[in-house]
Design a protein around this ligand. Structure first.
Ligand code: PHE
Length: 407
């Protein structure tokens, strides 16, 4: 391939000024750890799928939801954003938040990217499961790739209201314009919204009970998404803190209409598997999911989705902290995420955390200086000072190449 090309999953893409997928990140493509038998992410995935299979059955006892877990993680901007009514200027589209292959293609930032096309193909009840990619900070709960389960359920008037002919899904001439009204979309009747909200919340409370037990403490928090209205987050009280586990809501009717469905109303949600697995199995660091270390993987080997498992940490190796201060490049847009990706690309999973500990602007020349504290810790052995110095030096070199000036 020419130097202007990038090959991902056996396909070649033309690079442009949007391209920011690093080598480290492209190495995650196709690994499919969430499908690997006995992997903790796989156990949680199966538990969620089984719960849906069990909770929604046809009169003949067959599962209603279909599962889609082999969709390619490379999507276009229409799939990831436009089809979901995410506005052109929305921050979630920015280069500093997403891994772009070029200006038209990116590594999907959420599984919702596939929602519209699956509806278009005629499906009414489905789960979409896979790896998603986001540029973010580096610490024990953040990683550039993680996994989501999304769901969609569409209901017709007959399904919602049975035989009652007086009730309708739609009112006000089917107006789908965004009103900013958090309570409901103008096109929906209050009865339809309340009924479907009830089903959505019952379903997700049921899932929370399945995972965390019947006495799970939970709460609904109002929020907004461009693709649902109204929208909520579900939080669960776990080890003395409230944890956000998913986002959900009543789907924007315009999404259904654009996908060729104009007689149904739908709910949708998206949840992250890592956070659930970390809570359920007491896994302390998100990097462990990518570890091939038998000390980690063996603890989940030949387990079933319903087994209760508590991860016992393999001995913690010592940390090594090193600071790095530099004047940020004066040309182009520099964001901290650029530094995190640069460091991650060189040091991989040897970095446990990076903190921006100081930021200051030179009073005379206006140059901006960032100081980052990098915590190095190998998951499987003790790093020597020499090893750390060598990696740290490489990161310095790379900062210089990017146009930064080490202080
Ligand atoms: N896509 C959202 C996210 O990644 C989650 C979501 C999915 C919210 C579907 C509402 C409906 O945070």
């Amino acid at each position: 391939p020419k130097t202007n090309d990038i090959v991902l999953l056996n396909k070649s893409y033309l690079k442009d000024e949007y391209s920011n997928v690093t080598q480290k990140v492209s190495g995650f493509l196709g690994r499919n750890i969430f499908l690997q038998p006995s992997h903790p992410l796989s156990l949680v995935r199966q538990r969620i799928v089984n719960h849906f299979y069990k909770s929604f059955v046809t009169r003949r006892g067959n599962p209603v939801f279909s599962v889609h877990d082999n969709l390619q993680p490379i999507v276009n901007t229409t799939q990831n954003f436009d089809s979901l009514l995410i506005p052109e200027n929305h921050p979630s589209r920015s280069k500093s938040d997403c891994y772009y292959i070029n200006k038209n293609y990116l590594l999907r930032a959420h599984m919702t990217a596939h929602q519209s096309e699956l509806i278009q193909s005629g499906l009414n009840n489905f789960l979409i499961i896979g790896d998603v990619y986001r540029r973010d900070e580096i610490d024990r709960t953040h990683y550039p790739v993680f996994h989501q389960v999304d769901a969609v359920r569409l209901l017709s008037r007959e399904q919602l209201f049975s035989k009652d002919d007086n009730l309708n899904i739609f009112e006000e001439g089917n107006n789908t314009a965004f009103t900013g009204n958090q309570e409901k979309q103008a096109c929906h009747s209050l009865e339809a919204v309340k009924l479907i909200e009830y089903e959505l919340k019952q379903t997700l409370h049921g899932l929370a009970k399945e995972l965390f037990g019947d006495h799970v403490k939970y709460r609904w928090v109002d929020t907004t998404f461009p693709f649902t209205q109204p929208s909520w987050e579900l939080e669960i009280y776990h080890v003395s803190e409230w944890i956000e586990v998913l986002g959900c809501g009543i789907m924007q009717q315009a999404i259904l209409n654009n996908a060729g469905v104009n007689n149904k109303i739908g709910w949708a949600f998206g949840l992250g598997l890592e956070r659930l697995a970390m809570c359920l199995y007491k896994i302390p660091d998100i990097r462990l999911f990518w570890s091939n270390d038998s000390g980690f993987l063996n603890q989940f080997k030949s387990k079933n989705p319903n087994d209760s498992i508590t991860y016992i940490p393999i001995s913690q190796y010592p940390q090594c902290k090193n600071d790095l201060s530099f004047w940020i490049p004066t040309t182009g847009h520099f964001s901290s995420n650029d530094f995190y990706d640069l460091a991650r690309n060189i040091a991989g999973d040897l970095i446990e955390q990076i903190q921006l500990i100081d930021e200051f602007t030179h009073p005379k020349n206006g140059k901006i200086s960032h100081c980052y504290r990098i915590t190095y810790r190998h998951m499987e052995k003790t790093l020597t000072q020499d090893e750390v110095n060598m990696i740290h030096k490489k990161i310095e070199e790379s900062v210089k190449e990017m146009g930064g000036t080490i202080r």
